[in-house]
Every structure is written in structure tokens, then in C-alpha cells.
Design a protein around this ligand. Structure first.
Ligand SMILES: Cc1ncc(COP(=O)(O)O)c(C=O)c1O
Length: 318
């Protein structure tokens, strides 16, 4: 990846002149069957721009209550976009077709109707939980029936693809817009892609610039993304196997572990911040995801051996 970065052909992307950025955007669009894509610095910005393309200020978005866009994006949609959300709590972060049907409201003289539905796949706070393609299609059908668009936060869509074998284009086919991340499990240092309709792209470029995300010789980062797509997708199966191994070892040690579906392991503990701090002192870095919830993530920089060692440390400090 470092070599690909060094060799990247670059230009000024603010002027649309960076050939490596153009190649990355074309590649990701093609993978998901979209006609337009925009390379942006972060997943937060990709979600933000894609959703703003569908939702003018004063409109409503349906999402699950634990969605990344609500829990971890600092109210950006409300702050910058004037978008309100209508949510439901779910056990695993995944909305059912029934949830969506109930949450979507029609426009009436005295009722703000729903403009779009947001689905996160895999779901971060849900412990890497995965939508089946059948459930996504059922939600898409309801959205179509009710005249509402669908955005997929696919920061970890690659994990969903590897875990289920669902082709990326089938995910693309159920979404009006998507965001996908090249960092995180794919291992690029930075970068996400917003997948859009062709008529949205010029407006999306403007919004990226307005948010301070217009970048110049970004081809070096795009080259890392292309490398990640070519070399780091199939290997996500190793991260999933490591997550299962970690979960089994922690359960064996008596901890209350939720079954991992992909590369995220959630552990219910009495005092998560204290436990995370004790593990950190032994060089195992774990997120306290709530007062009583730990999140462990497997990725291309941790080996099976690391996972065994981490489980021993966590079992010990717990
Ligand atoms: C589901 C989901 N969406 C979006 C993001 C945002 O990505 P970034 O940190 O690149 O802004 C994250 C980050 O963890 C995420 O988990």
C-alpha cells in the first residue's frame, strides 16, 4: 500500500484533475452498480453528503436509534442540514420491515412526512450485525411503495459481503445512495466514497468543498483505497474468524459475550471504562462502548495470536 501511494499519479482534485481519484471513484461505482461516486475524507462526510442530497432542510429521516449517524456524528445532520430523525430502538441495530413501515409518515398539512430511510450494514453498535439481502429488499419495497428513498451506511459493507456472500451490486441495487469506507477493516489510512445518482454529483462536490473537504493531490490516498479494494476485501474472513475465536475464549473465561457476526465482539461487563483502562495498562486497547459494554474489533493488524493474548489479558483483568 505504501508503494502504491508513492507511485500514484496525481493532479488537483479540486479541479477534477486527479486521475487516481477518478479511477477509484469509477471502480467503487462499478462495484456497487452506481453511476456516480465522490471520494471524501471520512465516513461521516460521506454519510452527510449522501443524505443531504436526498433531504432538504426541514425534512425527516427514519433510522434506528443506535445508528452511527445519530450516536457518533455530533448531530451534523441536524446542525448543518436541519434534518430531524425518527427512530426505533432495536436489539441489534437492524430495522425490520415492520419498523420501517411503522416509522415512515406520509406528508400531511400538519405532519412532516418522511423523506428517507437510513440503514447501517454492518451495524457498529449492534456488534457488526448484518442485514440479510432479503430484509433489505423487503425494506426497499416498502420505501418504494411509500415514495421514500434509502441510504445505506456501508462503512463496513465489505464485512457484510464477505460474511454473507451477497454480491456488492445487490447491496447497491437496494440503495439510492450509499457510503462506504476504505479505512477501518480495509486498512487504507483515510478515505470514504459516497455513491450517488449522476445528477447529484455536482451538488455533492459543492457540499464537500463547503464542508472543507475539497482536496488537492488526493490521488495518493485514492491509490491506498484502490490497493485496499484489490488486496484486503477477501481477507476480512480472517477477521471474522478471529472475532469468533476471541468470543469463544472470552466466553470460556466466564465473560458475557454476544455472538459476533463479523469483526466486532461486544462484551457485557459491570464496569466497562474501568475494565478498558485495566486492559490498556496491559497493552490491549478496547473501547468502552457504554457504561457496561465493551467493544473489541478485529482487523488486518491483529493476528490470531494477538487475539488469544488479548482474550487472556481481558479474562485476567475481568
Ligand atoms: C457505521 C459507521 N459509519 C460511519 C463511520 C464514520 O467513519 P469515519 O470515522 O471515517 O468518519 C463509522 C466509523 O466508525 C462507522 O462505524
Amino acid at each position: 500500500m505504501r508503494a502504491a501511494i508513492a507511485q500514484a499519479e496525481v493532479g488537483d482534485d479540486v479541479y477534477g484533475e486527479d486521475p487516481t481519484v477518478a479511477a477509484l471513484e469509477a471502480k467503487v461505482a462499478d462495484l456497487f452498480g452506481f453511476e456516480a461516486a465522490l471520494f471524501v475524507p471520512t465516513g461521516v462526510m460521506a454519510n452527510h453528503i449522501a443524505l443531504r442530497m436526498q433531504l432538504p432542510a426541514g425534512s425527516e429521516l427514519v433510522a434506528d436509534a443506535d445508528a452511527h449517524i445519530l450516536a457518533h456524528e455530533d448531530a451534523g445532520l441536524a446542525w448543518h442540514g436541519g434534518i430531524q430523525t425518527r427512530t426505533a430502538l432495536t436489539p441489534d441495530g437492524l430495522l425490520t420491515p415492520e419498523d420501517v413501515s411503522r416509522l415512515i409518515r406520509p406528508h400531511l398539512p400538519h405532519t412532516l412526512g418522511t423523506g428517507a430511510v437510513e440503514l447501517e450494514n454492518t451495524h457498529n453498535r449492534g456488534g457488526g450485525s448484518v442485514y440479510t439481502i432479503e430484509r433489505l429488499r423487503a425494506i426497499r419495497a416498502i420505501a418504494d411503495e411509500r415514495g421514500v428513498s434509502v441510504h445505506i451506511d456501508g462503512a463496513r459493507i465489505w464485512n457484510a459481503h464477505v460474511a454473507t456472500g451477497t454480491p456488492l451490486r445487490e447491496y447497491g441495487a437496494v440503495a439510492d445512495t450509499m457510503s462506504v469506507c476504505l479505512s477501518k477493516g480495509l486498512g487504507a489510512p483515510v478515505g470514504s466514497v459516497a455513491l450517488l445518482k449522476p445528477q447529484q454529483r455536482a451538488q455533492a462536490v459543492l457540499m464537500r468543498h463547503r464542508l472543507g473537504g475539497g482536496w488537492r493531490q488526493a490521488g495518493m490516498l485514492a491509490a491506498a483505497g484502490i490497493y485496499a479494494l484489490d488486496h484486503h476485501v477477501d481477507r476480512l474472513a480472517e477477521d471474522h474468524a478471529n472475532a469468533r475465536l476471541l468470543a469463544a475464549a472470552l466466553r470460556e473465561a466466564g465473560l458475557s459475550v454476544r455472538d459476533p457476526q463479523t469483526n466486532i465482539v461486544l462484551v457485557d461487563v459491570p464496569d466497562a471504562p474501568a475494565l478498558a483502562a485495566r486492559a490498556a495498562r496491559r497493552n490491549v486497547r478496547i473501547s468502552a462502548f457504554g457504561p457496561a459494554l465493551l467493544r473489541l474489533v478485529t482487523h488486518l493488524d491483529v493476528t490470531e495470536k494477538d487475539c488469544v493474548a488479548a482474550a487472556q489479558v481481558l479474562a485476567h483483568v475481568a
